[in-house]
Design a protein around this ligand. Sequence first.
Ligand code: SF4
Length: 221
Amino acid sequence: MRAPNHDCKFCGLHDGRGQRGKRPKHVCIEGNGNMGSRAMIIGEAPGEKEDQCSKPFVGPAGQLLDKVIGGAGAHRCDFFVTNIVKCRPPDNADPRAGEIRACATYLRFEAMRIQPLLVLVLGSVAFKGLFGLTPLDKYRSRWLEAQGNWGDWGETFFLPTWHPTNRRKDAPDQLAQHVKEFVAVWRYAQEQSYDRAATRAFIKGRQSRQPEKFPLMPVFR
Ligand code: SF4
């Protein structure tokens, strides 16, 4: 894993996949937020606004995310917010599998620093990148546990949900519901000093079953 490198050239996104004139303004946009909350929010990739400001989730998707986190009684500063890919893809295309693999070293570095117990995963691109699982619709709103000892990630609980830009009619309401669930579990985990067994039991009580175990993709282990 590596610390952020603003001159990174590990994948073509640093120069807009080689398309002249499409180089993003900023390379390797790091996550930001609360380094001590043991909770991360992982989205897909920076968009235009994020590239201008060099911060994740400051555009329209970030505004919606702020609103639903506020509706759940928390603030986005309570969490560490980042993306699975750190440079803006041209025309806001979905990041490709090779780009996610190339960029994994930076997400692992962030996870190493945060040591997350809880992760909210926004959207199918980030979810597939982390677990290789599809479709998101089958897994969203269910807590998953990263299987086994995943090194620096430890045993972490993941809650997949829609990305704020998802165009499904019911996506904003469901996103708000899932964020409320995430905040409720995070508050409980805080009270329990982030005790893993207590948090697992709390999740089991809320969804009437243990969080299902899945391996993270090898590049994140
Ligand atoms: S997306 Fe990630 S791997 Fe690719 S150039 Fe940017 S920082 Fe490097």
